[in-house]
Design a protein around this ligand. Structure first.
Ligand SMILES: Cc1cc2nc3c(=O)[nH]c(=O)nc-3n(C[C@H](O)[C@H](O)[C@H](O)COP(=O)(O)OP(=O)(O)OC[C@H]3O[C@@H](n4cnc5c(N)ncnc54)[C@H](O)[C@@H]3O)c2cc1C
Length: 390
């Protein structure tokens, strides 16, 4: 069995940033497992643009020398806003080549307790021993599909994360469910690729993030109202950007503001691309049943639609028991609240040596943890926590 001090499961923005900080801190032997940026590459649609501003889209290293600007300078690839998905994944891979050149792209199949530390079993059966484990495995297993649609075959209904190639729907009639960035952008891309699209939104209206325009026209005012990561409404954005402040708020306030900060909305630049699309608000799909090769949808206004496919842009619900590599023994031993692990100031669970980064840390540190922009805070905090405890 091979050993290391810290094993990081996941090579997305959080795993890579945490590795960059831990490796620079002292002589810890830090190993990163997983395919770099694979969620962005395989589970987001080609042609997508990032909703987060450039200032909130850097991965983090301790000397801030691996920023988007540094990538632009080294690679000659232009950084533009909004940032195209392919450029961001290329940046992530470049970051990895600089900060974690010896990354091990094998998947971790199992994480178990092993004496004072942990044993990791990789996809090919090789085992590793680690004193500490950082889970930075993202949100893919948390993709949420309404139970009333679970019986439908994949050919007729699928979660948005199942596709990176929406062009397969060219010439088809597609119903998109949802009112967030993923639903609206998928709808725009589908239409531009030649599909006939209708979006169904439960809420009475679609929320657009017009403030993004302010950043270009009234910069000084916008800066007063919104912190650079641009997560949350005016004022709230500054509290969200400071997780140590957010986590000290009374729990009911954290819960309320946390939800408000991430409510479904579309980027302002997406609005004109959605203008030609039929968006039916105050309408939900009550039931869906296959009719031959197609799908019949019954709507809450008592009308019906026949479509070739229903795309569920219905979001993600964190529940760490859905990580397939975590054993029951570990899950039963750590304190969890509504599927989230309860974390201390160093992102450590109630099981010493086991840490979580990214969206699972949102219950403890607020909504910033759901975005790339939270990687800087999280990486510094987990590094401090580990160095303090040894
Ligand atoms: C459509 C869409 C658009 C988004 N747009 C934005 C945006 O514009 N800006 C923003 O900040 N956020 C955006 N997000 C949120 C984004 O997903 C997170 O900010 C980001 O991915 C968090 O990084 P992460 O490292 O936690 O997770 P991920 O990027 O998901 O990385 C997790 C990594 O873990 C690896 N992994 C998983 N299981 C294992 C295993 N068993 N063994 C080894 N490796 C494993 C995966 O392969 C993956 O590479 C968007 C999300 C979606 C769905």
């Amino acid at each position: 069995m091979t050993t290391c001090d810290v094993a990081i499961v996941g090579a997305g923005p959080y795993g890579l940033s945490a590795a960059a900080h831990l490796r620079a801190a002292n002589g810890l032997d830090v190993r990163v497992f997983g395919e770099p940026m694979s969620f962005w590459e395989r589970h987001m649609p080609k042609g997508m643009l990032l909703r987060s501003p450039l200032a909130g889209s850097h991965l983090s290293d301790p000397s801030r020398s691996l920023t988007l600007q540094a990538y632009q300078k080294t690679s000659g690839n232009q950084i533009t806003a909004p940032l195209p998905l392919y450029r961001f994944t290329d940046y992530g891979r470049w970051f990895q080549s600089q900060a974690v050149p010896d990354l091990d792209s094998r998947k971790v199949d199992r994480v178990e307790k092993n004496g004072a530390g942990f044993r990791l079993t990789l996809e090919d059966g090789e085992t590793w021993k680690a004193r500490r484990v950082i889970i930075a495995a993202g949100i893919m297993p948390f993709a949420w599909q309404p139970p009333e649609f679970k019986h439908l075959p994949f050919t007729l209904a699928s979660h948005a994360c199942a596709h990176c190639e929406l062009s397969r729907f060219a010439g088809k009639k597609v119903a998109v469910i949802g009112a967030g960035q993923s639903a609206l952008e998928s709808a725009a891309l589908l239409r531009e690729m030649g599909a006939e699209v209708e979006v169904f939104v439960r809420a009475p209206f679609v929320r657009w993030l017009w403030r993004q325009k302010w950043f270009h026209t009234f910069k000084p005012v916008a800066r007063l109202l919104y912190a650079p990561p641009d997560v949350g409404q005016a004022g709230l954005s500054h509290i969200v950007a400071r997780p140590n402040l957010f986590r000290r708020l009374p729990r009911p306030v954290q819960d309320r503001w946390g939800k408000r900060a991430i409510r479904a909305a579309g980027a302002a630049w997406l609005n004109p691309r959605c203008a030609p699309i039929r968006i039916k608000t105050s309408t939900s799909v009550i039931s869906a049943s296959p009719r031959g090769e197609r799908l019949s949808l019954r709507l809450s206004d008592n009308t019906e639609r026949f479509v070739d496919h229903m795309l569920l842009a219905t979001g993600y619900r964190v529940d760490i028991s859905r990580y397939p590599f975590l054993t029951g023994q570990i899950l039963e031993s750590i304190r969890r609240i509504n599927g989230y692990p309860q974390l201390d100031s160093g992102f450590q669970t109630s099981m010493p040596g086991l840490h979580f980064l990214g969206a699972p840390a949102a219950w403890s540190f607020g909504p910033l943890m759901r975005f790339v922009a939270g990687a800087e805070f999280a990486s510094r905090a987990v590094t401090r926590g580990i160095l303090r405890k040894g």
